[in-house]
Design a protein around this ligand. Structure first.
Ligand code: ADP
Length: 425
């Protein structure tokens, strides 16, 4: 079987030349164009020999060689450094970094096949112990220097990203506030227009009524989006105000049942809601808890094909002991699970779907419907739902075996909320 040679080099012309020469004498040549991909390709292909150009982007050839030699499964692969002789000591530097040999550039293509054969046959170059320790010290200093520059670069990049993030939040906040005022006016006029005693409605023909209904639906949707934008900025800024009051979970679940009755029937889905009468009265913001459940159920409807099942279960979680003012207190939690028989969520998306504006699919199907199968939204629903749960001292996460629109493995969203009543022992 022919021997495999990995050639790490960013210059295309050099890569083509070396490939031609080495393939011409029966070797198989694999290429990588920078230090990081060189290491990765070495791990994936386990070549018989590595030709490592030193001047490559990202990690340079010395660093890539040192890294490859530190990996037990790759440490026996001979690495030959290639560099234009620009500085005295290049050869020693390469050997100190872990390379087994050195070939000066420009490459002598007549000599290359023999040089490669010698290294494949076991030839290794060496340096004296004194030389090695001197070059290693120099190498260490250079590495620390590069590390310092990289940390500076990353810190700067991080600052720039934080700034962009602040600007993004400001923009969302501003846009939402600017849209809210004219929307409120439109909504007000529409209410006058559609009031039961409105002469417009009394004299409107079928077509006009349809148009008005379309406008009302559109405005409601727009108000929902603006409200979501405002919620997102409040959650990010930690200024979400919760209106705590005693609430009954059964009451909320009944509301959800009523709200989704027609939608579920339209999609021929079955909605099963567990009895919550055993759950004690909770101390929470009822409107906000309803908002979380509405989001979860609306998603369950959206991402479950016609005829599927949506099930809400409710459990009490045993008291968890914490301390308040050094006194042991029992905190009790309620766990509400919204399960569906829908398309499911891939493991790599299970955290990301809780990020602002994150949608698993592309934007092509954007803004279709809140209930249509796979209809898109603004990608804010789950971010808000988690933010509201956390503002209550609770949590929200998803469990799913994966995304498969054919087999439909389903998803389960678990919401945990504290009952909010602390009982001291
Ligand atoms: P959207 O407005 O897009 O529904 P969400 O924040 O509510 O935004 O959800 C984010 C993404 O999470 C969705 O685009 C969808 O891909 C995925 N998702 C949410 N709920 C479910 C579910 N029950 N089943 C499958 N995927 C879901």
């Amino acid at each position: 079987m022919s021997k495999t040679i990995l050639y790490v080099e960013d210059n295309t012309a050099n890569r083509m030349l070396v490939r031609q020469v080495l393939e011409g004498v029966g070797y198989q040549v694999i290429e990588a164009t920078d230090g990081l991909s060189g290491i990765k390709t070495a791990q994936e292909t386990n070549p018989d020999l590595i030709l490592m150009d030193i001047n490559i982007p990202g990690m340079d050839g010395y660093e890539a060689a040192t890294r490859i030699k530190s990996l037990p499964e790759l440490s026996n692969i001979p690495i030959i450094a290639l560099t234009a002789k620009v500085m005295a000591g290049d050869r020693e530097r390469a050997l100190a970094a872990g390379c087994d040999g050195y070939i000066a550039k420009p490459i002598d293509i007549d000599a290359l096949p023999n040089q490669v054969a010698e290294f494949l046959g076991g030839m290794r170059e060496s340096i004296t112990v004194e030389q090695e320790s001197a070059y290693l010290r120099e190498y260490n200093e250079r590495l620390v220097d590069r590390l310092e520059k990289k940390v500076q670069e990353l810190t700067k990049a991080n600052e720039a990203l934080s700034h962009t993030d602040v600007m993004k939040s400001r923009f969302i906040n501003l846009a939402a506030h600017e849209l809210r005022t004219p929307l409120a006016a439109i909504h007000g006029y529409l209410s006058l227009l559609t009031a039961s005693d409105s002469p417009v409605i009394a004299h409107a023909d079928e077509k006009t009524l349809q148009v008005i209904e379309g406008v009302v639906t559109g405005v409601d949707r727009l108000r929902g989006i603006v409200q979501d934008m405002l919620d997102v900025t409040r959650i990010e800024a930690g200024t979400l105000q919760l209106r705590y009051a005693p609430i009954g979970l059964s009451f909320i679940l009944d509301k959800i049942k009523r709200d989704f009755k027609n939608v579920v029937a339209k999609r021929q889905q079955t909605m099963i809601i567990a009895d919550a009468s055993h759950i004690p009265t909770m101390w929470a913001d009822g409107e906000r808890v309803t908002q979380i459940l509405r989001n979860l159920v609306s998603n369950a409807v959206k991402y479950t094909p016609d005829g599927g099942t949506i099930e809400i279960t409710v459990d009490m979680l045993g008291g968890v002991q914490t301390f308040v003012a050094e006194k042991p207190v029992q905190q009790q939690f309620v766990k509400i699970t919204v399960g569906d028989t829908g398309v499911g969520i891939a493991p790599e998306d299970q955290e990301r779907i809780f990020e602002n504006f994150y949608e698993v699919r592309d934007l092509e199907r954007h803004s279709t419907s809140k209930t249509e199968f796979m209809g898109g939204g603004a990608g804010l629903g789950l971010a808000i739902a988690r933010g509201v749960a956390e503002a209550h001292g609770g949590s929200l996460w998803v469990e799913s075996e994966g995304h498969d629109p054919e087999q439909c493995p389903g998803s389960k969203f678990h919401l945990i909320l504290p009952l909010g009543q602390l009982t001291t022992d």
